[in-house]
Design a protein around this ligand. Structure first.
Ligand SMILES: [Zn+2]
Length: 455
């Protein structure tokens, strides 16, 4: 190698090292800002305690939109605006009740209606139970054994899978289409085991779907503890009857909003980095882990940039999505508008895996992004961000995939996520302040690097 080339090579290495050193100082200050501010925790408290569960179409969801409008401005946004959309307007109605009646007497069971399900009406439904693990068993039993009964889907989420999301996904068909499948053989209602590995007494709701071509029947989730009790009861005494009552109904679609807030880019104001979570949450709990944390972490990105006087080159746009839980109308609307405006997006980042210790990022993007993440890894690994998984990054931003926008999702240690998801246990108290703060800082650090270096 010639001397001059060697010199140049050494210089480039020096410059890169200096840049890394500067970046590590900024990233340290981002984490320090998050870890010493009470803002995200207080915002989460407000969302959970002052507003509470907020399913799309509810007064609480409207209240959350109003509050966010002001709170995002206070967090440091230059502009805040609403993006109007229509949401489903399903109501739970009166509190559900359920009991099993056997020779041993009446045994109350903890159930809740699934989201989007029809109700039983005040008279309720009473019938014998038939327990199955999957749709193959249902088919094998056929109409002769199922007609007039309540089908009880009792396949647990697989506890041997390390990924709790995979375990959830592997059992979710029972909740999602179980009622329609059961109805196709003449069942009068369906009960599905809650999608969690924890044994507790709280039922977990979540969206279900009816096939238009099949009769609609009421659909419930039962707590894991009560699922085991019911299973034993029915095994010991097949003539056990179950009584179910729910008051859910659906009103016509109603108007709601995504809430959008921006810090305008200093060099490329028309190039956008999206960060967000979803506003709506099932009303059994307070929507803390799912997804209050994502909402307030995105807000904290704005606060951190303002506090540290980091002037982003590109526009940072917080998008707080509405209606992830029912029909993802917020994510769809954002993408629909994007198709019209053709605004250039550099990246979109979502946090919707619970407010647990961050571990890294999922990314749905090309090789150039993968290379960048590899370069940035040494800057992030000291904050526990070691995991970079190519693949799914989040529901709300997933609609932007067709626009070829690099997508990112915060990965957290999700072993406890399904202890809370969609259940009354998903409360403010279930979130650890430090873990919440680390999540916001992790996202802010990634945005800082994307804004500075691009892909
Ligand atoms: Zn969620």
């Amino acid at each position: 190698m010639k001397k001059s080339i060697v010199f140049l090579f050494v210089c480039v290495q020096c410059l890169m090292a200096a840049a890394q050193n500067n970046d590590s100082i900024v990233i340290k200050s981002i984490f320090s800002s998050a870890l010493t501010s009470n803002a995200s925790y207080e915002n989460l408290r407000h969302l959970c305690k002052e507003i509470g569960g907020r399913i799309g179409g509810s007064p609480q969801a409207a209240k959350a939109v109003d509050w966010l409008h002001g709170a995002l401005k206070a967090a440091g946004a230059d502009t805040v605006y609403l993006q109007e959309l229509k949401v489903r307007n399903w109501k739970r109605g009166f509190k559900e009740s359920c009991y099993a009646k056997s020779n041993a007497g009446k045994k109350p069971l903890a159930v809740c209606a699934l989201g989007g399900a029809m109700g039983t009406g005040k008279q309720g439904v009473s019938a014998n139970i038939i327990e199955v693990q999957n749709f193959d068993q249902l088919k094998a039993l056929g109409e002769a054994n199922i007609k007039g009964k309540i089908v009880f889907f009792n396949r647990p989420a697989d506890p041997t899978l390390y990924s709790t999301f995979e375990a959830y996904g592997g059992a979710a068909d029972q909740r999602f289409i179980g009622a329609s499948m059961a109805a196709s053989y003449g069942a009068v209602a369906s009960i599905s085991r809650s999608l969690t590995n924890i044994k507790h007494i709280y039922p977990h709701t979540g969206i279900m779907h009816y096939f238009d071509s099949l009769p609609k029947i009421p659909a419930f989730a039962i707590s894991t503890v009560d699922a085991d009790i019911l299973s034993t009861l029915v095994k010991n005494e097949p003539s056990t009857k179950v009584y179910l009552k729910s008051g859910c109904y659906e009103n016509p679609d109603t108007i709601s909003n995504n809430v959008i807030a921006e810090i305008k880019g200093s060099e490329f104001p028309n190039e956008i980095i999206v960060v967000g979570g979803h506003i709506d949450a099932w009303e059994l709990g307070e929507g803390a882990h799912d997804d209050g944390i994502g909402v307030v972490q995105a807000m904290d990105v704005l606060r951190i940039f303002k506090e540290l006087n980091i002037k982003p080159r590109h526009t940072i746009r917080v998008v707080e999505f509405m209606d992830e839980e029912m029909a993802q109308r917020g994510g769809r609307k954002y993408e629909e508008i994007l198709q019209q405006t053709k605004e250039k997006h550099i990246a979109a980042i979502e946090s919707d895996e619970g407010g647990f210790t961050p571990q890294g990022f999922a990314y749905d993007a090309g090789d150039n992004v993968e290379k960048r993440l590899e370069q940035w890894k040494p800057l992030l690994i000291n904050y526990g961000l070691w995991l970079y998984n190519k693949g799914y990054s989040g529901v709300d931003i997933s609609f932007m995939e067709k626009e070829n926008i690099p997508l990112f999702g915060l990965i957290t240690d999700s072993q406890r996520y399904f202890d809370f998801q969609h259940a009354s246990t998903d409360k403010f108290e279930a979130v650890n302040q430090r873990e919440l703060q680390l999540g916001g800082a992790s996202i802010a650090a990634l945005i800082y690097l994307i804004d500075k270096y691009g892909f």
